[in-house]
Design a protein around this ligand. Structure first.
Ligand SMILES: [Zn+2]
Length: 234
């Protein structure tokens, strides 16, 4: 693992890469991707969304269907199972969304989009990858990135249907549990639809506010991304 100086770490930016498929992806070749500038940030404020409908409604996951996820534990840090389980539970509580763990995989993350079928019909792939294997990590520009993918188009509705969270195994290997949790919560925030804010008091600040829990603005945004603000699901 590279020994990144701590001074440099403090400047490492978190990345939210956004992949938007404007058609239902019957075939991988039909995907139309737009990858946002990973360092972009919205105007100052308490929360922001990656994608919103014309009326301002944020795009989110289907609030009435569990989000299945699989994890590649190959390069995960010690304690990763508890880290993931606890962070996912926090997002569930904050959004009302439900996540289902569907086991492990060694499928590689895909910078161009999660187009390969995931085990168990999962929608989300969580991976730790060696620092040198990810351009952003190797360049010191990020220690994690998340990419939700919009699907839909029928009936005018769009939801996230696939997603990835990719984490820098080298950084996590040395990180305290608190800092590791902060990064994972930040990336989960992106996964469910939050964008960066220019507000260091919030976990979704572009700088990541290392070691934080979700703050008030983060929580207000998260609450708008699930059944807490939308349809009741039974
Ligand atoms: Zn970010």
């Amino acid at each position: 693992m590279p020994s990144t100086p701590r001074r440099r770490r403090s400047r490492i930016r978190f990345a939210a890469l956004l992949l938007v498929a404007v058609e239902i992806p019957l075939f991988a070749g039909l995907l139309v991707a737009q990858v946002a500038d990973p360092t972009r940030a919205r105007a100052a404020g308490d929360h922001a969304f990656l994608v919103q409908a014309a009326d301002g409604t944020p795009v989110t996951w289907d609030p009435c269907s569990p989000v299945g996820y699989v994890v590649d534990w190959t390069d995960a840090p010690d304690g990763a199972l508890a880290l993931v389980t606890d962070a996912v539970a926090t997002v569930e509580e904050a959004t009302g969304l439900t996540f289902t763990a569907l086991g492990s995989t060694q499928l590689s993350p895909d910078q161009d989009g999660a187009t390969d079928p995931l085990p168990g019909g999962a929608e989300v792939l969580v991976s730790w990858v060696p620092t040198a294997q990810d351009e952003l990590f190797a360049a010191g520009e990020a220690i994690g990135w998340a990419r939700p993918m919009v699907v839909g188009g029928r009936s005018g509705g769009q939801v996230y249907g696939r997603g990835q969270i990719v984490l820098d195994a080298g950084w996590f290997a040395d990180a305290s549990p608190t800092r590791a949790r902060g990064v994972l919560l930040h990336e989960l925030g992106h996964l469910v639809g939050l964008d960066h804010v220019e507000d260091p008091s919030q976990l979704m600040d572009a700088g990541g506010s290392l070691g934080r829990e979700y703050q008030q603005g983060d929580l207000e945004g998260l609450a708008r991304l699930g059944p807490l603000a939308g349809p009741r699901c039974s």
